[in-house]
Design a protein around this ligand. Structure first.
Ligand SMILES: *[C@@H]1O[C@H](CO)[C@@H](O)[C@H](O)[C@H]1NC(C)=O
Ligand SMILES: *[C@@H]1O[C@H](CO)[C@@H](O)[C@H](O)[C@H]1NC(C)=O
Ligand SMILES: *[C@@H]1O[C@H](CO)[C@@H](O)[C@H](O)[C@H]1NC(C)=O
Ligand SMILES: *[C@@H]1O[C@H](CO)[C@@H](O)[C@H](O)[C@H]1NC(C)=O
Ligand SMILES: *[C@@H]1O[C@H](CO)[C@@H](O)[C@H](O)[C@H]1NC(C)=O
Ligand SMILES: *[C@@H]1O[C@H](CO)[C@@H](O)[C@H](O)[C@H]1NC(C)=O
Ligand SMILES: *[C@@H]1O[C@H](CO)[C@@H](O)[C@H](O)[C@H]1NC(C)=O
Length: 456
C-alpha cells in the first residue's frame, strides 16, 4: 500500500516518540491523592478562607459596573453548608423591586442548571426500568415515527446521546439562535429572516405564549443534523426539550410534576419551582425585569427552574453523595465526549474540566489533576454556575442577577481559595491520622506526609 506524505510524517513522529519516550513522558502524580477531609476539623482554616473569599468578592461588588448586580454564593461539603455570601444590588428596579434583601432563600432563574434535574429524572426512570438510556428516542415519542420534512436520524438517536449532547441536533427551538432574532440578524448585515419561517411561539413571535409539545415536535421534524449521532458533542437545548417529553410519557405525569415530586421534594428543595415565585423572594435585576416571570413551557426541561442558593447546596450535597449510585453501571461524573478545548469535556449534562493542582494554586506544587464537574446557566439578567470538586467533597453555587461579567471573576477567586484550603486540610488530616513511626518486634517503618508528590 502506497504511503502518503502525511503517513510518512506520522510514522517518523511515531518512531521518534517511541525512541525518546522516557524523555517525553510526563510523570503525573496520582489522583485522588487524599481522603476527603472532615471539614468540621478545620474551623480556623475554614474561617480564614471564607473571610478571604468574602472580602475579595464584596470588594468586586463595589465596582461601578456591578451597581445593579445582586448575587448569592454558597459553599457546601458533602454533609453541611460551609459558608455563604449574599449581596443586594445598590441600584434596584423601580418597576419591580423583588426581594428587599438577598439571602439564602432568594430565588434566581437558574436557567440551564435545570438540565442536571432532567438527567437525574432519567437516571431514576432507568433504574426503575421505565426507560432504557440506550434506546432510541422514537421509542418514547410516537410523533417522531411519522413522516418528516427534515432528516434527523431519529432511530439512531438514543436517550443517552441526547443527554450527553452527542445527538447532532441543532441548538435551539425559539431562543438565542440568530434565526429567532430577525432584527438582530438584520443589524448584523445579514439578510432579513422571514418570521414566517421560524417557530410562532416564545421569542420569535415577540412572546405571546410559551412553546408547547406541538411546536417542538413540528419544528424538530424540519431540522437537519449538524453531524451524525455520537460522532462528537454540540450543545443543544432541543435535546433537553425532547427529554422532557420522554420523562412525561414514561412517568405518566408532566415533566414538572415528576421533577417536583421525585427530586425537589425528595431532596428537600421546597424553595424551588417551575412556576414563578413571589416577588418577595425574587432577585430581579434593574433594567431586565421582563425576564423574571417569563414562562418557557416545553423548554422547561432545558432551563425553566427557579431556585435559591440554599436549595442548590442541598442538591449539590445530594449529587456529591450519590453520583456513582444512581443507576447500575453509571458513574454520573464520567465524561461522555471531548468538547472544544484541551481540558474540557461533556458529561450528562455536566461541563467538566481538569487542571493540574499547581495550575490553580502554584504554591501547592503538586501536579496531580483535579476534576471539576460544573454546569452553567444563563438567561437575560441571570448567570449561574454550580461547581463540584469530588476529590475534595466540595460543592459551590454562584447565582448572579445583573451583570454576568461578575461570574468569571468570582469563580476564579472562590475556586482557587477553596482548592488551596481543601488541599491543606486534606494533607493535615492525612498527617494527623497516618504519619508517624510504626513498630513491630524486629522492624519499624516511618510514614511522612508531603504536599509534593513528585515522581522519579
Ligand atoms: C452605576 O454604574 C454606572 C456604570 O456602570 C454609572 O454610570 C452610574 O453612575 C452608577 N450609579 C451609581 C449610583 O453608582
Ligand atoms: C410512550 O412510550 C411508550 C414506550 O414506553 C410507547 O409505547 C408509547 O407509544 C409512547 N407514547 C407516546 C404518546 O409517545
Ligand atoms: C413586542 O410586543 C410589545 C408589547 O406587546 C410591543 O410593544 C412591541 O412593539 C413588539 N415588538 C416587536 C418587534 O414586534
Ligand atoms: C400548542 O399550541 C397551539 C396554539 O395555541 C395549539 O394549537 C396546540 O394544540 C397546542 N399543543 C399542545 C400539545 O398543547
Ligand atoms: C420549606 O420548609 C421549611 C421547613 O422545612 C419552612 O420553614 C419553609 O417555610 C418552607 N418554604 C417553602 C417555600 O415552602
Ligand atoms: C437560611 O439561613 C437561615 C439562617 O442561617 C437558616 O436558619 C435557614 O434554615 C436557611 N434556610 C434554608 C432554606 O436553608
Ligand atoms: C526477631 O529477631 C530475633 C533475633 O534476631 C529472632 O529470634 C525472632 O524470631 C525475630 N522475631 C520475628 C517476629 O521476626
Amino acid at each position: 500500500m502506497a504511503m502518503s506524505i502525511s503517513n510518512i510524517f506520522l510514522s517518523i513522529f511515531t518512531i521518534a516518540s517511541l525512541v525518546f519516550s522516557p524523555v517525553l513522558s510526563i510523570c503525573d502524580a496520582p489522583s485522588p491523592a487524599f481522603q476527603i477531609p472532615d471539614y468540621d476539623n478545620h474551623g480556623p482554616l475554614l474561617d480564614f478562607t471564607s473571610a478571604k473569599i468574602s472580602e475579595a468578592i464584596i470588594s468586586l461588588s463595589q465596582r461601578m459596573e456591578y451597581n445593579k448586580t445582586s448575587f448569592s454564593v454558597d459553599v457546601t461539603s458533602q454533609t453541611r453548608g460551609l459558608f455563604e455570601i449574599h449581596h443586594t444590588a445598590k441600584i434596584r428596579s423601580s418597576i419591580r423591586r423583588g426581594a428587599e434583601e438577598i439571602n439564602n432563600v432568594t430565588n434566581y432563574r437558574i436557567a440551564s442548571i435545570t438540565k442536571p434535574f432532567t438527567v437525574l429524572a432519567l437516571l431514576q426512570l432507568d433504574k426503575a426500568d421505565k426507560l432504557d438510556l440506550d434506546a432510541p428516542v422514537l421509542n418514547y415519542i410516537d410523533e417522531l415515527n411519522t413522516p418528516q420534512k427534515g432528516s434527523l436520524p431519529w432511530k439512531d438517536i438514543t436517550i443517552r446521546a441526547l443527554a450527553s449532547q452527542m445527538a447532532g441536533i441543532p441548538r435551539d427551538l425559539a431562543q438565542v439562535d440568530l434565526v429567532t432574532q430577525p432584527d438582530l440578524a438584520a443589524q448584523l448585515g445579514l439578510p432579513r429572516i422571514d418570521k414566517a419561517h421560524g417557530p410562532t411561539c416564545d421569542s420569535l413571535a415577540n412572546y405571546t405564549r410559551a412553546c408547547n409539545a406541538t411546536d417542538l415536535l413540528s419544528y424538530a421534524k424540519t431540522l437537519r443534523p449538524i453531524f451524525a449521532p455520537n460522532q462528537k458533542s454540540s450543545y443543544s437545548n432541543i435535546n433537553y426539550d425532547l427529554l422532557g417529553l420522554v420523562i412525561a410519557n414514561v412517568s405518566g405525569t408532566s415533566y414538572e410534576d415528576y421533577v417536583t415530586t421525585h427530586i425537589l421534594q425528595e431532596i428537600g428543595m421546597n424553595g424551588s419551582s417551575f412556576t414563578t415565585p413571589p416577588d418577595s423572594v425574587a432577585a430581579i435585576p434593574a433594567g431586565i425585569e421582563y425576564y423574571w416571570p417569563f414562562e418557557i413551557g416545553v423548554q422547561n426541561p432545558t432551563g425553566g427552574l427557579y431556585s435559591s442558593s440554599s436549595d442548590m447546596s442541598r442538591f449539590l450535597r445530594y449529587v456529591l453523595s450519590t453520583y456513582n449510585a444512581q443507576a447500575t453501571g453509571v458513574n454520573w461524573f464520567n465524561p461522555a465526549s471531548f468538547s472544544g478545548s484541551i481540558n474540557t469535556f461533556y458529561g450528562m449534562p455536566w461541563e467538566m474540566y481538569r487542571k493540574r493542582t499547581n495550575e490553580i494554586v502554584p504554591e501547592l506544587v503538586t501536579t496531580k489533576p483535579l476534576t471539576f464537574i460544573t454546569k452553567g446557566g444563563g438567561m437575560p439578567g441571570y448567570t449561574s454556575n454550580i461547581i463540584m470538586i469530588p476529590e475534595h467533597g466540595l460543592g459551590i453555587t454562584i447565582l448572579v442577577a445583573g451583570n454576568g461579567d461578575a461570574m468569571s471573576e468570582m469563580r476564579e477567586i472562590i475556586v482557587s481559595e477553596l482548592v488551596d484550603f481543601a488541599e491543606r486540610a486534606a494533607a493535615a488530616e492525612l498527617k494527623a491520622k497516618y504519619a508517624g513511626t510504626y513498630e513491630s518486634t524486629n522492624s519499624s517503618i516511618t510514614l511522612k506526609h508531603s504536599m509534593r508528590m513528585a515522581c522519579s
